[in-house]
Design a protein around this ligand. Structure first.
Ligand SMILES: [Zn+2]
Length: 470
């Protein structure tokens, strides 16, 4: 039970915002988390801080000026008026315009930016922002309840001081916005564990591995419904262990999306609070500067339980936490057992059933999904440009701006190019585990890398064949 200096970012205003009646994303869950953190006497064990709100200018370190300008001015009344010239910044019902939207974004992003600064300044070893973790937001577009990508902004802050940052995402959904932002750089390794298959956002196959300088620096672990603590742990731990060994990150950002918990309204995994928190405990033990962020999570009482418990894990005091909840402002929400726990249910773990993952497919960029319904809907798009930070405009990117369809071709051809991709790397206690593609990451990741200009050219030539795949 080692002591780490923990900075905890919380803005008392956060619980007042609402995405609108009936919307599954409820900022109130951060207030409930805070209440539990308080009644478990954690506040005097850490630096409790209220971050300066991020400005529009701060946000444009990643997002486009026009998108940020739109968010600064949008209200439910002006949404249509501001979405002129065919520009659609808010697509579908997932991402409504609501009163206070920009303030909420400022608060969420401000927390992650300051959390990063707290780490780089050396004032804290672990920094927590449960209002952050909004991993779907794109450079010029809202997605999956996420408008401003506080994670990308936080990582950019870390990159000012650290040479390599590892981003880990344990949300039930693919961490697509963060992956896309750093897809072409080797300074950020992204690793996402998520449900894949008829599920938002539809990306994140094991063949999606980054490109250009970033090739091998995106790792995806697509999973099926019902994954249990044991299965999850048996893939999470070896993968993260191997990545840290090879990539040698200077700091780690963990998106603790809580929709991967059993019983989540939009999630489909069967992970308990302890199983979820095991990821926090495992990363904490690595002893690196560590940023913990929120994310999804739609059964709010379980989100609050888990993030409060994970705050205790950050402090290293989880063993002292009484599972019987002390009285608190939200006590009746936690009935009938009134315990700090999220228990598993009897759903089947499809990950162990057939021993391997489905052959996964990348969806066409023109098809979009709704995070609420997981239904496809078609959105005419004026342009299909890349969204990433490193794609262009920052001096790091390749000349070519990858579109979604070219990305798809790249991914498909990588799979054939590298016959080791389908190696099964992880077996643990008789469980047949997902096939992973970190074999060549181990070989080329971190330091030396073979030149791959030739292979890129080859991939471009395979376009027509790949288009025929379904
Ligand atoms: Zn999610």
């Amino acid at each position: 039970m080692s002591t780490r200096r923990v900075a905890y970012y919380y803005d008392p205003d956060v619980g007042a915002y609402t995405y609108g009646l009936g919307h599954p994303m409820k900022p109130q869950r951060m207030r409930m988390t805070h209440e539990l953190v308080a009644v478990y006497d954690m506040l005097d064990k850490m630096q409790v801080l209220r971050a300066k709100r991020a400005t529009g200018e701060d946000m444009t370190r990643f997002h486009t000026d026009e998108y940020v300008n739109f968010l600064e001015h949008v209200t439910p009344e002006t949404c249509d008026q501001l979405s002129n010239n065919g520009t659609r910044f808010l697509v579908g019902d997932d991402n409504p315009a609501w009163d206070g939207l920009f303030e909420f974004c400022s608060l969420s992003a401000g927390g992650s930016i300051e959390a990063a600064q707290r780490l780089t300044s050396g004032a804290a070893d672990i920094a927590i922002n449960w209002a952050g973790g909004l991993h779907h937001a794109k450079k010029r577009e809202a997605s999956g309840f996420c408008y401003i990508n506080d994670i990308v902004l936080g990582i950019l802050e870390l990159l000012r001081f650290y040479s390599r940052v590892l981003y880990i995402d344990i949300d039930c959904h693919h961490g697509d916005g963060v992956e896309e932002a750093f897809y072409t750089t080797d300074r950020v390794m992204t690793c996402s564990f998520h449900k894949f298959g008829e599920y938002f956002p539809g990306t994140g196959t094991q063949d999606d591995r980054g490109r250009g300088d970033g090739k091998g620096y995106a790792v995806n672990v697509p999973l099926k419904d019902g994954i249990t603590d044991e299965s999850y742990r048996s893939v999470f731990e070896p993968v993260i262990h191997k990545i840290t060994e090879v990539f040698q990150p200077s700091a780690i950002v963990l998106q603790c999306g809580a929709d991967s918990l059993a019983g989540d309204k939009l999630g489909c995994f069967n992970i308990t609070m302890q199983g979820h928190a095991n990821c926090v405990q495992f990363v904490r033990k690595l002893g690196l500067p560590f940023m913990m962020l929120g994310g999804g999570g739609y059964t709010v009482k379980n989100v609050a339980r888990t993030w409060a418990y994970e705050t205790a894990c950050a402090l290293g005091i989880e063993d002292t936490i009484d599972p019987n909840m002390p009285w608190n402002e939200y006590f009746e929400w936690f009935g009938p057992r009134y315990r700090l726990e999220v228990v598993r249910n009897n759903m089947e773990d499809l990950n162990t059933k057939d021993g391997s993952l489905d052959k996964v497919r990348i969806r066409s960029g023109k098809q979009r999904m709704s995070i609420t319904t997981n239904q496809l809907f078609n959105v005419p798009r004026l342009e299909e440009g890349g969204h990433g930070y490193y794609d262009y405009g920052c001096g790091h990117g390749p000349e070519m701006v990858p579109t979604r369809s070219t990305k798809r071709r790249f991914f498909a051809s990588f799979a054939r190019w590298d016959d080791r991709l389908q190696q099964v790397l992880v077996h643990n206690e008789g469980l047949a585990m997902p096939r992973l593609n970190i074999a060549d990451l181990m070989e080329s990741g971190g330091r030396s890398r073979e030149p791959d200009a030739g292979s890129d050219a080859e991939e471009e030539m395979e376009v027509d064949e790949e288009e025929g795949e379904s």
